[in-house]
Design a protein around this ligand. Structure first.
Ligand code: ADP
Ligand code: MG
Length: 182
């Protein structure tokens, strides 16, 4: 397969648990790899088991988690890799700090809001978190009893309740093309 000379970028997929972040990132990564692009997916759940091991879900720890992941993504993107980041990142300030660091190094950064309504997320409940919260077995669930600050002007908003996974992935793929990142 011929390697593609590409400009790197970070694509941050922010949204509630079960909104579809991981699913869309995985689908897009598969497609991009198939086209010969260099892609890394920095998934929140995976990262929390090593890079951010020991961090909890307080506001401070959530911010630290996002800054660490943001740094790794920025380093990858700066080195011409497409870094897809399906991580909740509930706080606007945390997301803006990551964007700023990208801007400072002239590295492209896109914010994608996976804007699935909380009722739909709770019904999907991929990891059973909404059920646990409802049963009183868990507190601090983003979008339910912990804050989620909705992005005001993301580069793209995806309403997954209205489309298939493939359609969502295609929307994001199209954005990368329009921005000259593929
Ligand atoms: N258009 C869509 N885009 C992404 N996921 C979707 C879509 N439609 C339905 N889903 C389903 O929603 C669930 C999302 O789970 P996941 O990607 O793990 O969420 P998150 O990573 O945001 O917590 C999956 O079961 C997925 O198949
Ligand atoms: Mg996920």
């Amino acid at each position: 397969m011929t390697a593609v000379v590409q400009q790197g970028c970070t694509v941050w997929l922010t949204g509630l648990p079960s909104s579809g972040k991981t699913t869309i990132a995985t689908a897009l990564a598969e497609r991009l790899r198939g086209d010969g692009h260099r892609v890394e997916v920095l998934d929140g759940d995976v990262i929390r088991s090593f890079l951010s091991a020991g961090l909890g879900f307080s506001r401070e720890d959530r911010d630290t988690n996002v800054q660490r992941i943001g740094l790794v993504a920025e380093i990858l993107a700066r080195n011409r890799i497409t870094a897809l980041v399906p991580v909740i990142a509930p706080y606007r300030n945390s997301r803006e700090a990551v964007r700023k660091r990208h801007e400072q190094s002239g590295t492209p950064y896109l914010e994608v809001h996976v804007a699935t309504p909380v009722e739909v997320c709770a019904k999907r409940d991929v990891k059973g978190l909404y059920a646990k919260q409802a049963a009183g077995e868990l507190t601090g669930l983003t979008g339910v009893d912990d804050p989620y600050e909705v992005p005001e002007s993301p580069d793209l908003r995806i309403e997954t309740q209205k489309q298939t996974v493939q359609e969502s992935a295609v929307m994001l793929h199209a954005l990368l093309i329009v921005r000259g990142l593929l």
